[in-house]
Design a protein around this ligand. Structure first.
Ligand code: ACO
Length: 386
């Protein structure tokens, strides 16, 4: 039961009307890529439970799973790694675009611009797995190049022996990353790679359904991910925890925020009405990666949970994936403005898998709107309007 009521439209087609707006409960597509079970708190990529994947797989294995439909054997994984390595280049024109943007630009805007410029010179034709690999391999390169330029440094060459997570950290810092940082970032990239019909994936599919190209779909998806109600929340979680500042201040700060109608960043989800399984994994990783900062984050979580239950009874608001993402990314050394674009580094695998699924069995996505404006205004020529 979607909770939606079939209704007669003014035209000939029967339509489904939403109760609350925001397409809540509407099934907009069929997909074999991932399933979000919001009641049981489960996330499944092509049949595999997210907990198993996050603890044992590399991002490349999961990307292979999403694109090809099965986990790779060793030969397939080695071949995918070679393809990633071959794609780790930035065309001069794209580098020029990145270099020319002001140092205080948002990395998310830089990434969107770089993907657009790269698409203009590198992408044509129907979306393909090769294009998906080419895009996914480059997201970290675009971000790291900007991060170096804004520090007055030149971008670095990728290292072919490093996997996706390790190479990203290396390109950002110029140092071989610590094993625990690579492990933490890799698990994060696995956990966020896909998530059903979220806003940015839906956006990517809409663009793909017009038979546009893969780069255009990705640029649109990046725009959708940027907002704080979707991927833009983790740095805001960090701001919230900084602003709370101490264990003693948690209760009054949170109580005031909820009673004055504020939203607690990193809490609530459209689909999960129980604990987000990704948050569970991230909480453990954040605990290990940065035990000192974890204490306040965990206290804020527990206090917020108790006060949300008290002040918003029946809403079932729990920690979402963004809450501990901030703590983990901070612990692996990423600056706050890289949190959302790093989400995109991961989600590029899911977006491209969905773009391929849409393109390979396409029908234009074109819903209807219920018109609520006037129907019979009398037209007055411009010269006579007052
Ligand atoms: N803090 C306080 N109250 C909340 C929160 C929150 N974070 N989230 C929802 N609520 C309340 C609403 O005020 C509303 O209460 P009301 O019935 O008294 O008006 C009720 O819960 C239902 O809220 P909706 O807006 O209908 O929920 P929706 O499904 O649209 O929202 C969303 C989901 C956008 C994620 C929301 O929970 C939110 O704004 N969270 C904070 C931002 C955030 O964490 N974003 C990251 C999302 S995860 C991701 O996309 C990767």
């Amino acid at each position: 039961d979607t909770g939606n009521t079939p209704q007669k439209d003014t035209g000939s087609m029967p339509t489904v009307k939403q109760n609350k707006g925001g397409l809540e409960g509407i099934i907009a597509a069929t997909t074999a890529i991932s399933k979000v079970d919001g009641t049981a708190g489960r996330l499944i990529y092509r049949g595999y439970d997210i907990h198993d994947l996050a603890r044992t797989s590399t991002f490349e294995e999961v990307a292979h799973l999403l694109w090809f439909g099965h986990l790779p054997d060793q030969k397939e994984l080695a071949s995918l790694h070679e393809k990633f390595v071959a794609e780790r280049t930035i065309p001069e024109l794209v580098l020029h675009n990145i270099r020319e943007l002001p140092d205080n630009s948002q990395p998310m805007d830089v990434l969107r611009t770089a993907v657009s410029a790269w698409g203009a010179i590198s992408i044509s034709g129907k979306p393909s797995i090769d294009q998906a690999i080419a895009a996914t391999a480059r997201f970290p390169l675009f971000l790291a190049a900007f991060n170096r330029y804004r520090q007055g440094l030149e971008p670095l060459e990728s290292r072919s022996e490093l996997g996706h997570a390790a190479n990203y950290l290396y390109l950002l810092t110029g140092e071989l990353p610590k094993e625990e940082h690579v492990r933490g970032l890799n698990s994060y990239l696995v956990l966020l790679a896909d998530h059903g019909m979220n806003a940015s994936t839906f956006t990517a599919r809409i663009v793909a359904s017009t038979e546009s190209d893969i780069a255009s779909s990705l640029v649109a998806a990046l725009g959708a991910l940027k907002g704080p109600l979707h991927g833009g929340a983790p740095s805001k979680v960090q701001d919230m925890i900084h602003s709370i500042g101490s264990v003693e201040n948690a209760e009054p700060w949170i109580r005031n925020a909820i009673t004055t109608g504020g939203r607690l960043m990193g809490f609530g989800h459209r689909v999960y009405k129980t604990f987000d399984p990704r948050a569970e994994e991230l909480r453990e990783m954040a605990r290990v990666a940065d035990p000192d900062n974890f204490l306040l984050a965990h206290h804020v979580e527990e206090t917020a949970q108790r006060l949300l239950d008290e002040l918003k009874p029946g809403r079932r608001l729990y920690t979402n994936v963004e809450y501990y993402s901030a703590a983990l990314m901070n612990a692996v050394g990423l600056s706050g403005d890289l949190f959302t674009p790093t989400f995109a580094v991961s989600r590029c695998a899911g977006w491209t898998a969905h773009i391929l699924e849409q393109a390979n069995n396409n029908r234009l996505i074109r819903p209807e709107a219920e018109y609520t404006g006037p129907l019979s205004e009398t037209f007055v020529p411009l010269s006579e309007r007052k």
